[in-house]
Design a protein around this ligand. Sequence first.
Ligand code: WT7
Length: 649
Amino acid sequence: MAYPFQITSVEQYKEYYKKSIESPELFWDEIARNFHWKKKWETVLEWNFTEPRVRWFEGAKLNITENCIDRHLETAAQRTAIIWEPNDPSEAVRLITYDDLHKNVCTAARMLKNLGVNKGDRVCIYMGMVPELVFTVLACARIGAIHSVIFGGFSAQSIADRIQDAQATFFITCDGAFRGEKTIPLKSIADEALTLTDSVKKVIVFRRTNSQIEMKAGRDVWWHEAMNEAEQQLSAEGSISFPAEEMDAEDPLFILYTSGSTGKPKGVVHTCGGYMVWTTFTFVNVFQYNPGDIHFCTADIGWITGHSYIVYGPLCAGATVLMFEGIPTWPDAGRLWDIVQKHRVNILYTAPTAIRSLMTFGTSPFQEKDLSSLKVLGSVGEPINEEAWHWFSEHAGNNQCPLADTWWQTETGGIMISNLAGITPSRPAWATLPLPGVQPVLVDENGNEVITPDENGYLKGNLCIKAPWPGILRTTWGDHERCRKNYFATYKNLYFTGDGAWKDAEGNYRITGRVDDVLNVSGHRIGTAEVENAINQHPAIVESAVVGFPHDIKGQGIYAFVVREPQSVSSRPDEDATRNEIVQTVARIIGPIAKPDKIQFVSGLPKTRSGKIMRRILRKIAEGDTSNLGDTTTLLDPSVVDEIKKGRL
Ligand code: WT7
């Protein structure tokens, strides 16, 4: 057994699960002992879901980076921590040992200190997928600064909103990022964002693409120069290490913004102790990681999947992770398989949208690829359809590798419902069983537990969780009330996930998708209200309503129903020109990921007498299911519905 908390049989899973529910404090006390703490906790768990207030390992002191790095130095300093595969396969791979990681993180920590970053300060990180991104994240954690990583696909306005909300004082970026054949001008996007806010004092720029950029005197510094200086200081002091700040278990570790059903993204806050225990425990058990295995997670560190299963979980477990800068379809659709073959990857964790996009290229990209190193496959981000499940199992896994369908959220910090690879049974399109410590419950609209199975024997309802697990979010940055309202107020004493689910008689869960006004586009969460707000910024637009529709590759596409100003309708007969401008407006305000796929101009939206848009009807029309629109008697003007049906794209 590789890890003291590794579950190695179904019986052991059941035993662990039972204990975790009957005596959670005892259970997590024993798991947490396997980590390095500077001081032990006084209480394991204290909680109520009404405020909400959740405290894990109260009184304990730690620094997560000592668990990610220092702890492995004695026995595994020369083990590879990160294998970095560049965007362009002809460029050299970088291998970073735990020793190298230690040096780089300590130097970066020193650099941040030199620039004036202190414990508790918020540091925005807007970088491509380069190892320096991991160094920066861990350097923040080392000195107790709170990182807020922003995905490289977000626009200047979205960055500015996140800087503003967190009142970030430091910003770390790259000149640019390579992504397939494109170069993303990160620094110039950042410059624009920084004109919209004023809290940032210093900007550090890592040179990656050699793009022409402007460095603002007094504000911007080059990474390589500042790192050089820090390195010299460390060596002059005769030290290779930089001390790790002593953090309370409940001190914030990071903020990660995610979309909700209303307005602006919320800053989900995770704390040091519980998040560390949860990501490591779930990493080892779900993927059945064994020392020496090579774990390849294709996510970007700009999302929670990258935080938890590229950085914190694997590194705390002393794993070797493969970090990929590029995209699965460039230079060709065999790129992932080339990487698997080249580095003898053992675990491949990816998203249904990537699988579906690769499916369109057929099986020729697999020809002459040796994928025999693969032992475990994983999927995350959205419900995986059976076709994609089978295709992935067959062509990547040669029908020999267990596939873990992992359901979780930014807010849950780590995997919540999943089969444990090769230990508990998998089932196509089903996430299956809850991890130890997770108590799901399905409720109806009134919050009553669903207890009557349907004709197929399934319970169907809204997915809630009854009690805290160590990785649960603690708050939303700067607005605890928002956290309460969003997650803990819909149903009394329950955490509400926003997802619908089914449960079978054996206790397996199938997640069916969001039940709130949140879309899941290519595994990325996008709030309909956010897209509507962006569309409405276009001067010719009166109002809009955004819903999802089934999309072959993205899972859900974005369908916008848009009402134009009467003058613009008559003066701009070229509808496509306006459509194009709307798409550009959304890309400018949110980012390219939120661009609508379809824009239908309508003369009015279906509204109730009280003025509420009836999205249910629009959703049905967008899905192409117009035969039965349900009850339309409460509509103010039922005639708009016929017009919208006729004009459907
Ligand atoms: C939402 C969370 C968790 C990291 C990536 C997304 C959907 C996620 C699954 C799955 C069905 C899934 C849910 C969830 N989702 N994984 N295996 N099966 N649905 O994180 O952006 O916080 O989105 O993604 O709808 O609520 P996120």
